[in-house]
Design a protein around this ligand. Structure first.
Ligand code: SF4
Length: 876
């Protein structure tokens, strides 16, 4: 196979020519909204990014992450060559070794002794190749994906309800709904462009919004009704709603049985779920519960959108089925503005589901029945098909830890950080006899544990397809030259397959060839038995693949006959008592930050991981805002800075999922969360772990600013680092002599001052008068604000030394502040000024005065919150 196969842009010389070439239409690599992106290269590793106005998912909109994609395509930290051990190796040597070790392990210990752990970041063609190799030729189904952590419960719920993993809705339903119910979804932060569509519908047609969440997120701000329910009580709320509809006569079991298959015991015991009972279980005011039920009952055009708050639970499948049940019994499905809608976290979680990237599925929405195994085996031309489902993610890593899996290939994901009980996963990886990692980043927490690292293509270099949450297939197209020796994942897999003796069945010469084969398999002996049928695309030419416009399989929305749809009996499980830990995302970060942390602008929104605590719990634990606290569970502990907020419920604390050992000493949520899983889907319950919190009182706190981050860890009790314009900002805390921190400062002229009044020691390094580094340490008092000093790191102009030591501009009493609108660098004081002095009385008016919120719109919920705080009477 030619060396440059799968190097994306190879053979497209017009795309690596002068930077003045026209834009390339591609798709955003972050969340499951799947926005279309226009990328115009402006240099070898730079591009202008805009939303694609013709893409049906976003109609030209992008959120902050998509808008700042251009800042993340540099080569900083990239893995550019294969490595064996820590030494650079040739592709031939690396691929030979991978194939030899996998073949030898299978020969000695059987096919179930090896595994692949893949990712919703892979393109469909990559996923297809990995699944075909493992399930068709190695003969095991031990391939699972990080999507198991994201939406496996939604998949299981769809399979139970519809007999196939089918998302019935489309984004247009959000435009046409009269009521949108968001369940366990911080849509404003996690799916911002969908959020903008909901906001637009509210403005245009008065769509009502109900948010069900244990946290008052920015999504909940401004909802028509926000139910801050006790974590884990969703089923009680939905069963109560069914009971309410039944009692009012809005639904009749006989009528439902005409449209849907109903289990015999379905209506039994519903009487125990009245309004009062639901309110008591969910810890909600009964009048709020009743208001929700009345609104739902009165609004046929309802979309119930759910996300990780539903899925990441030990009874997530039942929760998802409770939602689907409601839509089936009220006949709100497959109609404009009416559907249950699972929205995925990752850009290609859906594509992975289509090809069989989950160990519990076979391929092309087929399962491990004898008929399907035979069918897929004949299509692939193999007699070595896997005969049963493989290990799901949590069990897969347990098997690695127990030595049952002896060779593991991890592709495009970072399980050492993202898996629950990640300390054990890291230990398992460290002890695994052979670990291969295909990656774009050289130094991830997982790549550090690999015996072989294979450089993969990243966004802007890859070539293939992805499927978004509404079943829309879009092209990811390359516009950057492949860096170093990086290759496409599908091609790397095919080359290993060839070396394992399966070359004939993996002899693709392009991603278009893989796509055609995937489409042909979906249609193979289908005859209407599976809705996933891409047969119409199975013989498209390379040119047609090149220009393939976004398309939605199965039609715009899916309706179901009585034999196709089934109610599932579910019940509210018992609840645990005591303090519980919840986890989730920040607005401007993505997963383990290997990409988004490269953007100083995206890092402004939250510079470090915070543990959010209700004031009652803070008081009980003697915590103040900004203190450090140790969060402990039976799996591990980690230190976070405390943010006290009424957004939390008492007894529930929240930490973000993004921070890793590369950027912090603690802050790893994966270290803390339980690996208990949903019994049906195998998805871990990442959002509810018994926990404790206690105050940590370090002897000193400090911050450190510099152009280049030091190679070694600061080696103190607690630290985090974040990229800022012109360098790095460290936040630190520790005990004992802080003098050793001086060794971290860069070379240059050192000026030092002690501020006895404030208890702060200040050290500044200059080069030619310009700021090169700063270290401020406080044993008693407060550290000064960082933002003006951060700005000096990137400033060409020198400032007076006394200003550096004071950490503020000469003549100014306050420092600059972090941006709320990262697109236009607008901080809180400018926004408050617009409200207070210019009389801005709406988010739009703030935008007119300051431009904040007028580009990607991701900060609009935060603008609304500031507006509400400043001028409560203005917000309706
Ligand atoms: Fe990307 Fe944002 Fe669109 Fe998600 S909403 S696909 S992160 S631009």
């Amino acid at each position: 196979m030619a060396d440059d196969l799968g190097r994306g842009i190879a053979g497209r010389s017009h795309l690596i020519g002068p930077p003045e070439v026209d834009f390339v239409r591609t798709a955003c690599p972050y969340c499951g909204v799947g926005c279309g992106v226009l990328a115009k290269r402006t240099g070898p590793r730079s591009a202008n990014i805009a939303g694609d106005p013709d893409h049906p998912a976003n109609h030209g909109r992008l959120c902050s992450k998509g808008t700042h994609l251009g800042e993340t395509i540099g080569l900083e930290g990239r893995l550019l060559h294969p490595t064996i051990g820590n030494c650079q190796a040739s592709w031939d040597d690396a691929l030979d070794l991978v194939a030899e070790r996998f073949s030898a392990t299978i020969a000695e210990h059987g096919p179930d002794s090896v595994a692949f752990y893949v990712s919703g970041q892979l393109l469909t063609e990559d996923y297809y190749a990995a699944n075909k190799l493992m399930k068709g030729f190695i003969g095991s189904a031990n391939i699972d994906t990080n999507s198991r952590l994201c939406m496996a419960s939604a998949v299981a719920a769809h399979n139970r309800a519809f007999g196939e993993d089918l998302v019935p809705a489309c984004y247009d339903d959000l435009d046409e709904a009269d009521l949108v119910v968001l369940v366990g979804s911080n849509t404003a932060w996690c799916h911002p462009v969908v959020w903008q569509r909901i906001e637009a519908a509210r403005e245009r047609r008065g769509t009502r919004l109900v948010v069900l969440d244990p946290r008052r997120t920015e999504t909940a701000e401004g909802a028509d009704l926000f139910l801050k329910l006790r974590a884990g009580t969703d089923i009680a709320l939905f069963k109560g709603l069914e009971a309410y509809l039944l009692a009012r006569g809005d639904i009749s079991p006989d009528a439902v049985a005409q449209r849907v298959t109903v289990p015999d015991d379905y209506w039994d015991g519903l009487a125990s779920y009245g309004v009062e009972q639901a309110a008591a279980t969910c810890d909600l005011p009964a009048e709020d519960v009743r208001a929700f039920y009345e609104l739902f009952a009165a609004t046929p055009r309802t979309v119930t959108m759910f996300s990780q708050g539903v899925n990441q639970s030990t009874h997530g499948t039942d929760k998802a089925n409770a939602i689907i049940n409601l839509h089936l019994i009220t006949d709100r499905i497959g109609k404009p503005g009416a559907a249950p809608f699972s929205i995925t976290g990752q850009p290609n979680a859906m594509g992975g589901r289509e090809v069989g990237g989950l160990s519990s599925a076979l391929a092309a929405h087929m399962s491990f029945t004898p008929e399907d195994i035979d069918r897929v085996g004949r299509f692939w031309g193999t007699s070595n098909m896997a005969q049963r489902p493989g290990l799901k993610a949590v069990d897969l890593f347990k098997a690695v830890g127990e030595g049952r899996i002896k060779a593991l290939w991890v592709m495009a994901t970072n399980p050492a950080v993202s898996m629950p009980d990640a300390g054990k996963v890291r230990q398992a990886l460290a002890e695994c006899p052979f670990v291969v990692v295909s990656e774009i980043i050289a130094d991830t927490d997982t790549a550090r544990l690999a015996h072989v690292r294979l450089p993969a293509l990243g966004w802007g270099e890859k070539d293939g397809t992805v499927t978004n949450s509404e079943r829309r297939v879009s092209r990811q197209r390359p516009f950057l030259a492949p860096p170093g020796e990086a290759r496409a994942d599908w091609s790397i897999i095919a080359q290993v397959a060839g070396r394992m003796g399966f070359g004939e069945q993996f002899a693709w010469d392009s991603p278009a060839a893989v796509f055609r084969e995937h489409c042909a398999l979906t249609a193979f002996e289908n005859e209407g038995t599976r809705r996933l049928d891409l047969g119409a695309w199975s013989s498209i030419s390379d040119n047609e693949f090149e220009t393939l416009p976004p398309f939605q399989w199965g039609g715009e929305r899916l309706a179901f006959s009585r034999t196709q749809a089934r109610l599932i009996t579910v019940d509210q499980p018992p609840l645990e008592s005591g303090m519980m830990l919840n986890t989730g995302r920040y607005r401007d970060q993505w997963h383990t930050m290997t990409r988004t942390a490269l953007s100083p602008r995206l890092s402004q929104h939250r510079r470090e991981p915070l543990v959010e605590v209700h004031p009652n719990d803070a008081c009980a634990s003697h915590l103040g805002d900004g203190d450090l606290a140790r969060v402990s569970t039976e799996h591990g502990d980690s230190i976070f800075r405390v943010a006290i907020t009424e957004a939390q419920r008492p007894g529930e604390i929240f930490v973000p999922i993004h921070w890793t050992d590369r950027v912090s000493s603690g802050g790893r949520a994966g270290l803390l969360v339980s690996d208990a899983v949903d019994p049906v889907s195998g998805q871990p319950g990442l959002k509810l772990t018994a926990t404790q919190i206690e105050k940590v009182v370090p002897e000193w706190r400090a911050f450190l600013l510099m152009h280049e981050a030091p190679p070694e860890d600061p080696g103190c009790l607690w630290w985090t680092k974040v990229k800022v314009a012109g360098g790095w900002l460290f936040e630190l805390a520790g005990n004992g002599d802080e003098g050793r921190l001086k060794r971290l400062l860069p070379e240059g002229e050192l000026i030092e001052a002690s501020d006895a009044t404030r208890g702060v020691r200040r050290m500044v390094i200059t080069n030619g008068g310009r700021l090169a580094g700063a270290l401020f340490v406080a044993r008693h008092g407060d550290l000064p604000p960082r933002d003006w000093l951060i700005a000096q790191l990137a400033d060409e102009q020198a400032a007076p030394l006394f200003a550096y030591l004071a950490a503020r501009a000469p003549g100014r009493s306050v420092s600059v502040e972090p941006a709320i609108c990262v697109c236009f660098n607008i901080g809180r004081s400018a926004i408050c000024k617009a409200i207070g002095e210019a009389g801005a009385a709406s988010v739009a008016a703030i935008g007119s005065v300051t431009r904040a919120g007028t580009n990607c719109g991701s900060c609009r919920p935060e603008l609304a919150r500031i507006l509400a705080e400043r001028e409560p009477a203005l917000v309706t």
